[in-house]
Design a protein around this ligand. Structure first.
Ligand SMILES: Cc1cc2nc3c(=O)[nH]c(=O)nc-3n(C[C@H](O)[C@H](O)[C@H](O)COP(=O)(O)OP(=O)(O)OC[C@H]3O[C@@H](n4cnc5c(N)ncnc54)[C@H](O)[C@@H]3O)c2cc1C
Ligand code: SF4
Length: 581
């Protein structure tokens, strides 16, 4: 590799053309009589939003007069996917405490899960071998946790919410935050039926102002309005949020997997210069399915790293191959996970009339890869604080939500692992040693405050990670377009572009986007490379190239926002239609 090609370029130096506050914060614009007025507006039908909606209805049932005073629709929930669950993807080993709290009388066998698994194993992988650790490190112990599919959990919780009286609006994206005099009044939903250049098509339907006495932002990872609110209302932490990208497949297999498996090491490289942090998981979903995925921190440096293709490579390992032998891939998807932990959570989780819950506020215990139950707990705390405020007749002060979160399992777990992720920037061995010390000391050592950093501020160079990605065989290994097909993605080809990037960027940034995107949205055309010089091999990392995009492939994983672009909500109903992820 020439020194010019290995020269590092920071994606953050090439910001996307977007004015987050100017474009996405507004006062209500519909005439007064045409606004949709409800009691409480919830944005996002994931674990956080649905737990919030169900808990609110449980509480309102105890006070019928209050429910009545909230009008015809006491609680409305908007979800951009085709259904609640369509945009949900997770591991998912679910810690059961939140389900128990939300449904106290319900037998666990009635939960939409595949039950618990008694055995855990962790393997250190090399290219050919899988070395089982003699003792399972505490973050990987999953005794008592339930294997689930959040896509299925979301549909189940959605039905429960509707049965409880929640007005669920699927295929509806919240695109603007309605704010007046520092008070959040609700959200504006997106238009539908626009063409590629924004023109109104024959089926055009304008969005609406959805107004509530309180608004809950439960948008999950890379939440669009959550980001807008954090910026506009000054709620953020001095430590930037960071992300990991998880790519997952579900396989139908002839032989059951009898344990929960986590792996570390290969295909990631341990040298500090690559900053490759992550690992894989393999969970049994009943007798005949396996959930398999690879999660990698988005602060990596080699522009040719592709989590999609690393997962394909991982499956060629004899250990993985054995588990999948004779099986068939039945689903695929990808999504980011907030990884900044405790220090990167918004300093304030509320503003007058609004709270932020779940992944949208970075509530993930990263070393344990657990967020489902924390999101649900956050949703329930939000419901309780809002209910108390509605009873007082004033939703301006929702600080009770913050107080509840701070004295809950959410703050406890995130605080305990607050300094675990950061040391991995110094390589796997140092990171592993420090994380181990934290675990053994119950989070006390090393103390202090280890700063987080923004993924897009880490320079990327053009390395050679792409040399060993396997050639897709359509049976065990797949290309990105077949994967997108397996996500059920049904975005119109002529939909308006919802991805904002700087189109002319240094080669290292363009190639990084091309490899990073699991859905093959970005491409540095061969022609652009050739115009620059005699073959791409000779081009320096900072040569400016044009990046082409195919937004209709996008499965809304959020990685582009972490690495120097900005995902905005696509039209409601578009994107993947996950069923078992
Ligand atoms: C690969 C992977 C593996 C994981 N493994 C585990 C695990 O094993 N155990 C565990 O506990 N956790 C795991 N997690 C984390 C866990 O999935 C999340 O923490 C959890 O799903 C967060 O729930 P949420 O409700 O906050 O957000 P989400 O689950 O992301 O739900 C948000 C919802 O809001 C909708 N939405 C977003 N913006 C808008 C908008 N503007 N308008 C309308 N709708 C909108 C989205 O479509 C989505 O349906 C994993 C995550 C990943 C990606
Ligand atoms: S274009 Fe879509 S799928 Fe690709 S990285 Fe960006 S958000 Fe993810």
């Amino acid at each position: 590799m020439s020194s010019m090609r290995s020269h590092a370029v920071r994606p953050a130096d090439h910001p996307p053309p977007v004015d987050v506050v100017g474009e996405f914060v507004t006062v209500p614009t519909d005439p007064e009589g045409e606004r949709i007025e409800v009691g409480v507006v919830i944005v996002g039908g994931g674990p956080a939003g649905l737990a919030c909606a169900i808990r609110l209805m449980q509480l309102l049932e105890t006070e019928p007069a209050l429910a009545e005073a909230l009008g015809e629709v006491p609680v409305a929930l908007v979800e951009k996917g085709k259904a609640t669950g369509s945009h949900l993807l997770s591991g998912a080993m679910m810690e059961p405490s939140a389900m128990r709290r939300l449904f106290p009388g319900l037998d666990e066998r009635e939960w939409p899960t595949y039950g618990t698994v008694a055995k855990d194993d962790v393997y250190l992988m090399t290219r050919r071998r899988a070395l089982r650790l003699p003792r399972v490190p505490p973050p990987f112990r999953n005794h008592g946790n339930h294997v689930t599919s959040v896509a299925q959990l979301g549909r189940w919780l959605g039905r429960r919410a509707e049965e409880a009286g929640v007005y669920v609006l699927p295929e509806t994206a919240a695109v603007k935050l309605l704010v007046e005099d520092g008070v959040v009044l609700g959200v504006r939903t997106g238009d539908k039926g626009r063409g590629r250049d924004g023109q109104e098509l024959s089926n055009f339907e304008p969005g609406s102002d959805l107004i509530g006495r309180a608004t809950v932002l439960a948008e999950g990872t890379q939440g669009h309005l959550s980001g807008v609110a954090i910026r506009h209302l000054g709620l953020g932490s001095p430590d930037p949020q960071g992300w990991e990208l998880g790519v997952k497949e579900v396989w139908q297999v002839p032989r059951p997997l009898d344990r929960v498996v986590h792996t570390m090491g290969w295909p990631l490289r341990s040298a500090a210069k690559y900053r490759e942090f992550g690992g894989s998981f393999m969970y049994p979903m009943g007798e005949d399915k396996i959930s398999l995925g690879l999660v990698v921190g988005l602060d990596y440096r080699d522009a040719t790293l592709s989590v999609h293709d690393l997962l394909q490579e991982l499956k060629t390992h004899p250990f993985m191959r054995r588990a999948l032998e004779g099986g068939e891939r039945i689903a695929w998807g990808a999504k980011t996970i907030p990884a900044g932990g405790y220090w990167a959570m918004p300093r304030r989780l509320w503003a007058p009339g609004m709270v932020i819950a779940g992944d949208a506020a970075g509530m993930v215990d990263v070393p344990r890869l657990k967020g489902v139950h924390l999101a649900m707990h956050a949703g329930m705390h939000a419901a309780e604080a809002i209910f108390a405020a509605l009873r007082r007749g004033d939703t301006g002060d929702l600080s009770a939500y913050q107080a509840q979160v701070e004295s809950s399992v959410i703050a406890r777990d995130l605080h305990r692992s607050r300094n675990m992720r950061q040391p991995f920037a110094r390589g796997f061995l140092i990171g592993g040693a420090v994380a181990n010390a934290m675990e053994l000391s119950g989070g006390r050592f090393p103390g202090g405050h280890w700063r987080t950093h923004a993924d897009a501020e880490v320079g990327v160079f053009i390395g050679d990670r792409d040399r060993s990605y396997p050639k897709p065989d359509g049976k065990l290994t797949f290309d990105k377009l077949s994967s997108v097909f397996a996500s059920g993605n049904a975005t119109r080809d002529d939909a308006p572009n919802h991805i904002r990037i700087e189109r002319r960027v240094p080669l290292a940034v363009g190639l990084m986007w091309q490899h990073m995107c699991p859905a093959h949205v970005y491409e540095v055309p061969e022609a652009a490379l050739e115009q620059q010089g005699p073959g791409s091999g000779a081009l320096p990392a900072d040569a400016i190239v044009d990046v082409h995009i195919t937004p209709s492939n996008c499965i809304q994983c959020g990685a582009i926002t972490a690495k120097g672009g900005r995902l905005t909500p696509a039209e409601g109903g578009e994107g993947p239609n996950y069923q078992v992820t």
